[in-house]
Design a protein around this ligand. Sequence first.
Ligand SMILES: [Zn+2]
Length: 134
Amino acid sequence: MAMKPFAVDQRQRELRHRSYLAVPTLGKQFPALEEIAIELRFVDPDRKMHLSPYKRIFASSMQAFFDFQCPVKECTGGGFNPTPEITKALSKSTALHTGTLSCKGKRDRGEAGNRCDLELHYQVVAVEKQHAGS
Ligand SMILES: [Zn+2]
């Protein structure tokens, strides 16, 4: 088993944290929204792993930063960040939005090479605020 290079991980965490802090909160960017639910499904390019789908809720007080780790333990330097796509889609409409990204991390896939290429299929559901009394 390969060990993750600590220095690289540390640097990435730092970069990630910095870009996280640079992003305004959801409420500031999309004042009409109560929350956003993002459903994540993963597809292994080799069809060997079965990774559980999950859902993340972003409340309006949270940073509008949609960054997800690659669920493959052996993957280094991977992850998914559909923040630009989601921000763009939500600024146009609050309709259901879906997208796909593939992981740019590295892991040993035998003959298939050393790119992770795990596919993320995400679905964004925006919940608008209720207008009380109207
Ligand atoms: Zn990966």
